[in-house]
Design a protein. Structure first.
Length: 198
């Protein structure tokens, strides 16, 4: 295979393109130390060394660094690595590596999220938030069933108190606004109506 291009990518990095293999992002110093140049033939051994030993290791380090800063779901981690232009195979390899050490665990993430948010968010809102983070429906439902201890109606009452809403003296328009507000927060219609007594 042949290097068909070495173009600036970002500060200190270049995009090295090959005619018969995936393009890779390398540091300028790496390109220099490997002696890579445009139109240079590259053996499959050298490409594999660059792919797995340089870029592959970097993908794992990046995954570890991302998880060091904050807990993430697998989907969030994959997204961040793909944004870094790592090849799919190396993203899979990095995710598998961190999963093998339990640095990433969607089940643990969902359970922690529910424990931390059940006093503030409806089940519907937590479900939507977890889905948007790429957690599977099956994991979400199991975690909700096992971790959520907050009654939705008591949570609605708590929100109404915070909003200084008086069920006994509210005007119909105010009740309607509060109903809409609670619906947007992910509560079910019957839960809201039961608390608002409508």
């Amino acid at each position: 295979m042949v290097i068909i291009g070495i173009e600036p990518y970002s500060k200190g990095k270049v995009l090295v393109s090959f005619d018969l293999a995936e393009s890779l992002i390398l540091y300028k110093g790496e390109v220099r130390s490997l002696g890579l140049e445009e139109q240079m033939p590259v053996s499959s051994e050298l490409y594999e060394q660059i792919f797995y030993e340089i870029v592959g290791r970097r993908a794992i380090k990046r995954a570890m660094h991302l998880l060091e800063k904050m807990d993430r779901t697998e989907a969030q981690l994959r997204r961040k690595l793909m944004e870094g232009k790592y090849p799919q195979e190396l993203v899979d390899q990095a995710v598998e590596y961190v999963r093998s050490y339990h640095y990433i665990d969607d089940d643990r993430y969902a359970r922690t999220f529910i424990r931390l948010n059940q006093e503030r968010r409806s089940i519907g809102r937590m479900r939507m938030d977890l889905m948007s983070r790429g957690v599977s429906q099956e994991i979400i439902e199991r975690a909700l069933e096992e971790e959520n201890e907050t009654s939705q109606e008591s949570l609605i009452e708590k929100i109404l108190q915070k909003k200084n809403y008086d069920i006994n003296h509210a005007e119909p328009m105010e009740t309607k606004r509060m109903y809409q507000f609670l619906l947007r927060r992910g509560f079910k219609s019957e839960e809201i109506m039961h608390v608002l007594r409508v």
